[in-house]
Design a protein around this ligand. Structure first.
Ligand code: MEV
Length: 422
């Protein structure tokens, strides 16, 4: 970079002027600046209001996973991500699940937790009792912040209080349990937590520090199940292979991280397409996977009495249809329309089914032929494109590299040069 990264007033400038500064400081060529300035399906003025210091956008491809049948209803599922083979794998898994009727999914309702940290409390246990005695007053104060949510059947439902022993001494932590309806809930929960803080200080005689939502959304769970007919998925060996793959993940956190990553390939791709907070989903998923003190798979796989494979997924799924990018991003709005979900919990259920499907597909491939053959075919197309292939040439170059088992950039470049000459 040519110069200082201190740019006073950068945030006040229009997008194009910010880009000019970036170009000057980094030497970014015009063509590349133009690529960034194109915000795709997101109008630039919307992008500029969505986050700060905007200079442009980055677009992910959105694919549609087909074949999904969830709770007796068919869905076309938009998935946005950069990784080849995920959409194909989800579609393929959903097709196999259809043989036994597709996915069954339930949920525990859109319930989130807001935490309030109280320090310097003289008698923490006494403070705990006093907070619980004044529960209805605290819940009323919380609910006064969002009459709309309350009128729709949501709002603060419960107050629990824990006393933590920490490296800085005891802390009292009242937690608001809030039904956030069709919202992911970040704003509603944080507003309520902040609003009750003065009351909490008065009751406990302590000092409130943090007032924030918890992303360990273990009261907002989804549970998806599917039975996979043994013949449809490659016979007994495939069933046993998948059960063994699950046992490996259950026993070993190194494998488990990758197992859960496969689930999140599906969950997060739908989340991106539908404008969800993917950091919250990842934080929730992995903290929930660790709730026993050991990092565990979010799915389980077993063989039933018929010899068929039964998969189950249980995980937190904090998603929303009102507020956030789900409302402001036109592409996300379109994706939600394609998906046809009417509530946040229905979206959460679809995402759970896709997560389970994705995990099935990965384990089946890993436990049978391995993932590289399918993966490399798709990867070869990407390499062909990055080596300059366009149009029909992409498939010709990719096929040739797969045949030769030389899926490499240098070989792609040679092939592109040869084909361009002929
Ligand atoms: C790759 O993105 C995901 C997998 O590694 C998942 C897994 O190993 O279960 C294939």
């Amino acid at each position: 970079m040519q110069g200082s990264s201190e740019v006073p007033g950068f945030y006040k400038l229009p997008m194009d002027e910010r880009m000019n500064i970036v170009k000057k400081l980094t030497g970014l060529p015009d063509e590349e600046a133009k690529v960034l300035a194109n915000t795709g399906g997101l109008p630039s003025d919307v992008a500029d209001r969505m986050i700060e210091n905007v200079i442009g956008g980055i677009t992910y491809p959105m694919g549609i996973a087909v074949n999904f049948r969830i709770n007796e209803k068919d869905y076309l599922v938009p998935m946005a991500l950069e990784e080849p083979s995920v959409v194909a794998a989800a579609s393929n898994a959903a097709k196999m699940a259809r043989v036994e009727g597709g996915f069954k999914v339930t949920n525990t309702g859109p319930v989130m937790i807001g935490q309030i940290q109280v320090v310097d409390v003289k008698s923490p246990e006494k403070a705990r009792s006093k907070l619980l005695e004044r529960k209805s007053e605290i819940l009323k104060k919380a609910n006064d912040q969002d009459p709309m949510l309350v009128s729709l059947g949501g709002g603060a439902m419960e107050l629990t209080v824990k006393v933590l022993s920490t490296i800085k001494g005891p802390m009292v932590v009242p937690e608001l349990i809030i039904n956030t309806g069709d919202a992911m809930g970040g704003n509603a929960v944080n507003t309520m937590a902040e609003a009750v803080a003065p009351m909490v200080e008065e009751i406990t005689g302590g000092r409130v520090l943090l007032r924030i939502i918890s992303n360990l959304a273990d009261r907002r769970l989804v549970r998806a199940t599917a039975v996979f007919d043994k013949e449809a998925i490659g016979g007994e060996a495939a069933v046993d292979g998948i059960v063994n793959a699950y046992a490996f993940a259950d026993a070993d956190p190194y494998r488990c991280a990758t197992h859960n990553k496969g689930i999140m390939n599906g969950v997060i791709a739908v989340a991106i397409a539908c404008g969800q907070d993917i950091r919250a989903l990842e934080a929730g998923a992995h903290s929930y996977a660790s709730r026993s003190g050991k990092y565990k798979p979010l799915t389980t796989w077993e063989k039933d009495l018929n010899g068929d494979l039964v998969g189950k997924l249980e995980m937190p799924m904090a998603v929303g249809l009102v507020g956030g990018a789900a409302k402001t991003h036109p592409a996300a709005r379109a994706a939600i329309k394609i998906l046809g979900v009417k509530t946040a919990t229905e979206l959460a259920e679809v995402m759970a089914a896709v997560g389970l499907a994705q995990n099935f597909a990965a384990l089946r491939a890993l436990a049978t032929e391995g993932i590289q053959r399918g993966h490399m075919k798709l990867h070869a197309r990407n390499i062909a494109v990055s080596a300059g292939a366009t149009g029909k040439m992409v498939d010709i170059v990719a096929m040739k590299m797969v045949e030769e088992k030389k899926i490499r950039f240098d070989r792609a470049k040679e092939l592109v040069e040869k084909l361009s000459k002929s």
